[in-house]
Ligand binder design. Sequence first.
Ligand code: UDP
Ligand code: MG
Length: 315
Amino acid sequence: MGKLSVIIPSYNEEQMISKTSNVISSLLENEHISFEIIFVNDGSKDNTWKQIQESCNQNKNIKGFNFSRNFGKESAIFAGLSYASGDCCAVIDCDLQHPPKVLIEMYRKWEEGYEVIEGVKASRGKECFLHKMSAKCFYSLISSATNIDMSRASDFKLLDKKAVSILRSMPEKHIFFRALSSWVGFKTTSIEFDVQERDCGDSKWSTISLIKYAITNITSFSTAPMQIVTLMGIVFLIFSITLAAQSLYKNFTGQSLEGFTTVILLLLIIGSIIMLSLGIIGYYIAKIYEETKNRPRFIVSEFENHQEQIYEKGI
Ligand code: UDP
Ligand code: MG
């Protein structure tokens, strides 16, 4: 029987820490599964770290890692994977929106020999129409880049230590966990779960942060936007050749050329397409710039119940 590491990224979750740690630890104890729970405090502004320290004092199977600032959920997940000592690692949200019972099902699948067990959303839970639509666009772009259906994917997963060590050794600094864990392959299966309502607190995602998240992940996982730029260029080239032929024909046959408005409109359209394309290419250059700086993905300032005190891993 292998040890399970449960990784819980936490940002401003002071009301949830003790509840979540109690629910998960008692569930795993009842099933006689040996485990550790890894709370990663992602630079919370409230008392999350204090709560984590309290839970760690009560139960030696709970470990705490405190980031020096907010590095984002992906970095928190990655830190958990880096410090985990289990034979398999599960990632679960702190707000109990991912039903902890499913952890047991995932663990049993792992015992059967599966190496990557994906939690798949049976439904997307309560979301507004706009959110649903934009998520659909985002995931169809990502899915086309990864050849994996990402529309119902979530960060709720269980990975064998083989897959975890591959993820740890990946050099990229911008990690998109839910796509990367599918990308590594291995013997994979999925389990459907219903997204629960948040117990308390709010979702940490604002519309702006979701847009940023989408752009960052699309540019780090897919070159489709660059191909779209090329496609736009080709469409405009065909359009301009046709227009040039028409204008030359009219010129030679002595017909008057169309007026000023057309010229201005064309200039504006072409100008904005060029700017847009430059912007898209700029995103990729920024990404290369960020990656070449080779900064650590996270910095840990404090540890709880953890011996080996390394402040950043996977540089
Ligand atoms: N989270 C994090 N860092 C952040 C934002 C969120 O570690 O910068 C954690 C958060 O504490 C929670 C999980 O990521 O455990 C999912 O966040 P949230 O519930 O806000 O997202 P949603 O469920 O709305 O997708
Ligand atoms: Mg949530």
